[in-house]
Design a protein around this ligand. Sequence first.
Ligand code: VG1
Ligand code: CO
Length: 582
Amino acid sequence: FRVVDVKTSPIDGQKTGTSGLRKKVAEFKKPNYLANWVQSLFSSIDGLKGSSIALGGDGRYWNKDAVRIICRIAAANGVAKVLVGQNGILCTPALSAIVRRRELLGGIILTASHNPGGPNADFGIKYNVSNGGPAPESVTDKILTNTKTISTYGMACVEGAEAGTEADPFASVDLSVVGTTEFKSIDGAAFTIDVVDSAADYVELLQSMFDFEALKALFARSDFSFLFDAMSGVTGPYAKRIFVELLGGPADCVMRGEPLEDFGGAHPDPNLTYAADLVASCDPKKSSSAPAMGAASDGDGDRNMILGRGFFVTPSDSLAVIAAKAKVAIPFFKDGLTGVARSMPTASAVDHVATKMGISCFETPTGWKFFGNLLDAGNAQICGEESFGTGAFHVREKDGIFAVLCWLAVLAHENASTKEGELISIESIVSDHWKVYGRNFFSRYDYEEVDSEAGAQLMATVTKVQEDMAAAADSSGSMTLGDFPVKVTTADNFSYTDPIDGSVAKGQGLRFVFADHSRLVFRLSGTGSSGATIRLYAEQYETDEAKQGEDAQVALKPLIDLALKISNLTEITGRSSPTVIT
Ligand code: VG1
Ligand code: CO
């Protein structure tokens, strides 16, 4: 092949969001759109020449085409080897595992995660660095700067072909066949495409972390049953390999297990709204065969939802229970934990566990990239977000199937000596946890795709409320919000200083912390592809056992009503109810 410099000009709006660049497919398909971003990425990383990188995606529409384009730009930029997941597929945690295990320079993930897929829906791209985790802001800022000044990008082309950019010199590589193909440039540089098994490294890693024999014994119990919803996303084949082949679950314990380019037209987001079928199947009032445990993951396999029989485990509680049981239930954590971390909007359930265990607890901004340094430095071993994200130091991404295995391990551990027919349920494990640590009622309201200006206006309104409160604070600093009876101790826009590298992330969400540890948080999503998505988070701490069984929406109603009132949300957005309630 030969390298051609293709002329281009900057394209607006190529800023990396919470987790990569996400836009409509039509946008990505525009001339130079993908190439500009990929060249801007390659121009911002050191050590690219002669390096090896991983490449794969969640299998959504346009995944394979993007893989082909990226290989050509990589070759033109002197990358020596691209490890491509078979058929262009790698779930997000599997890519992280490959980068770490094979000590690669980094990896590129093609995903818009839980956003819908298909010709009229979303596409996305994200770069992960050599620790296997999302690029920190120091890198994504450089990429953005480059997208604003780019004038050419490199493209590997067929030697001697006249038109230059049209013919793909690597077209002979069959992405469905595992194996290595070497190419040579006319300058003598070697370039290799290595199509690798999409699951092997990742599944082996998980097998080394859990006691699969104990999990198998759980699956063999007559009083245990399991249902996993892959939501037509990338995890179907991984789930079948693990839950059916390795753990002995029945073939039909994986629903929507065939990956589809458009996720069957659905929204591959594992929550109570978009995984409603699974939720109904796990509800004994609606299904006579409701399983003992249900679970789901998102389009790219990094999110998870955990359900008991007729019972929803909030991600914040899930994190807390896993942290509390890790040492005894999961071999990977047998040496115990030195710390845990959660994102700011996540309910503080895990904080109570950390306090009791005498370990550190970190509060980071939203987005997995902020956990990377803490995990690398050994300051934390388990992390989580309220947005159905749970993970640990085995990779540097959140990991849906890992979280499911954690819950299976907790169940297996709690039931090591129970008789068949007397299975200790997920619900009782969680309510016992509340008795010890208290319950953090939590709910998130999402107002998706509201007008961008309305989103900005809402944030400005709430900021103004905070300023007015601060101005009227009493001498002890305590403030009043509306006519709410509980005082507010903190009202700010969350800012985070990374304890490892000192980098500062500002403007990460408007929060109100009350004297009784209740919280309200407002922020705008950084993962949408159009308009603005407003997220409102509410949390309330309850130590009275008698009140812990309350429905979260009932318990949180006064706080949520207050939030809607002070923010003027309904009037500003024209929305009388949220798109999704979690
Ligand atoms: C959302 C979640 C955040 C998560 C991010 C990426 O971001 O709130 O917790 O890390 O998605 O998850 P935002 O900015 O839209 O609130 V994924 O599964 O899309 O990689
Ligand atoms: Co995801």
